[in-house]
Design a protein around this ligand. Structure first.
Ligand SMILES: *Cc1c(COP(=O)(O)O)cnc(C)c1O
Length: 391
């Protein structure tokens, strides 16, 4: 089909011109927060495996045992025959961690959001989303057919304005946001946000992909607020992924029993998609055991991010994610390449992942990084950026 290939090639060429074409690099992840690329060992500051549980021997052992016992695949949707016995255990533990009545596990975080939102909102309803919400929240909103508006990032006054203007015209309203923003590392003002939603009978959903395991003592963003003693912010819909701090793969929603029961019956990405492999479920259970029992481990990524920010003269971080915004995509690529030369893997993040003109280096810190690595990284980056400014 000539026209098919012509279309693909023309699109790729246009993207290449804008420096927005992407490519895959073979990366062998090593157990200690490093990767090997082209035979070179790089300390990785580009991985969401915040607690390095993907390589933890206890987690690996649980996955191996589950594979030996239950096989490598679930074999069907969980509603058919794919509901192996480990699921109930995992869902119970996630619900306990998040302080909700129940939980449902999906194939991935992306599948979770694209499944959840259309169950909660339909064409007559309203969805209000933070403008920097993760792509899969916005995909879920689009799939729902609900009227969807975005509010300025973390801007509660703007959200209130939209609620005042539009809430009344819709039977239901869902407000969605990341609990920790994936490309910026900041958090929404959850106590204020939850109160505003409650006043307007709007249902709040947080995507805590980057919160669980690393903020709020490992319990996520709902537990990260309050003076001294953390008090739980009431967030009725707490979604997340098993693929970041939890180290494996899968997604979930923690909520009330009726909401979860409705998901089990109606969420299309749950009903019409195969259950997670037993190994993934067992690995997540083992990882949650570690998270529940080791608050020091959970605190470490943010401590290292704090060290980096202090060295770089940046404001104190709220999470293990620290962006250094450099503007143009080409500059981000140049700095990323120079950091690789110096032994660090820091991927350049470009549009459409982030808004145009805000290409950045995104640093993520993990429990296995050494403070010396972080200090050397900050020194190297400062040197590279000052050379660039002179040039
Ligand atoms: C990574 C991520 C997801 C997707 O989760 P997967 O399990 O990788 O599909 C969803 N939301 C946010 C905020 C993320 O960062």
């Amino acid at each position: 089909m000539k026209s098919l290939n012509d279309m693909a090639e023309a699109k790729l060429e246009a993207l290449e011109k804008l420096r927005l074409r992407r490519s895959l690099a073979v990366s062998d992840r090593l157990p200690d927060a490093a990767v090997e690329r082209d035979g070179k060992r790089l300390v990785s500051f580009s991985c969401n495996d915040y607690l390095n549980l993907s390589h933890d021997p206890r987690v690996i052992e649980a996955a191996v045992l589950a594979t030996q016992r239950y096989g490598v695949g679930a074999g069907a949707s969980r509603l058919v025959t794919g509901n192996h016995p480990l699921f109930a255990e995992l869902e119970m533990r996630l619900a306990r961690l998040k302080g909700t009545e129940d939980c449902i596990v999906f194939g991935s975080g992306y599948l979770a959001n694209t499944g959840i939102l259309p169950v909660l909102a339909g064409s007559t309803d309203l969805i209000l989303a933070d403008e920097l919400s993760h792509a899969c929240l916005l995909s879920g909103a689009r799939l729902s057919g609900a009227k969807t508006l975005t509010f300025r990032h973390n801007d509660m006054a703007h959200l209130k304005e939209l609620l005042d203007a539009h809430r009344g015209a819709h039977p239901h309203c869902l407000v969605v946001t990341d609990g920790v923003f994936s490309m910026d590392g900041d958090m929404p003002p959850l106590p204020e946000l939850a109160a505003l939603c409650a006043q307007h009978d709007a249902w709040l959903l947080t995507d805590d992909a980057h919160g669980v395991g690393v903020v709020g003592g490992g319990r996520g963003s709902s537990f990260a607020f309050g003076e001294k003693v953390p008090e739980k912010v009431h967030v009725p819909l707490q979604m997340g992924t098993l693929s970041k701090a939890i180290g494996g793969y899968g997604g979930y929603l923690c909520a009330s029993r009726p909401v979860i029961d409705l998901m089990r019956t109606r969420a299309r990405t749950f009903v019409f998609s195969t259950g997670l492999p037993p190994a993934s479920v067992a690995a997540a259970i083992a990882a949650l055991d570690i998270i529940a029992g080791d608050p020091k481990l959970c605190a470490r990524p943010v401590e290292l991010a704090r060290l980096f920010c202090w060295q770089m003269g940046l404001p104190a971080p709220q999470s293990p994610i620290v962006p250094v915004i450099v503007g143009e995509a080409a500059r981000a690529l140049r700095l990323s390449a120079a950091l690789a030369e110096a032994g660090f893997l820091v991927t350049a993040i470009r549009p459409p992942t982030v808004p145009r003109g805000t290409a950045r280096l995104r640093f993520t810190f993990t429990a296995r990084h050494e403070p010396e690595d972080v200090e050397r990284l900050a020194e190297t980056l400062q040197r590279l950026m000052s050379v660039e400014e002179v040039a």
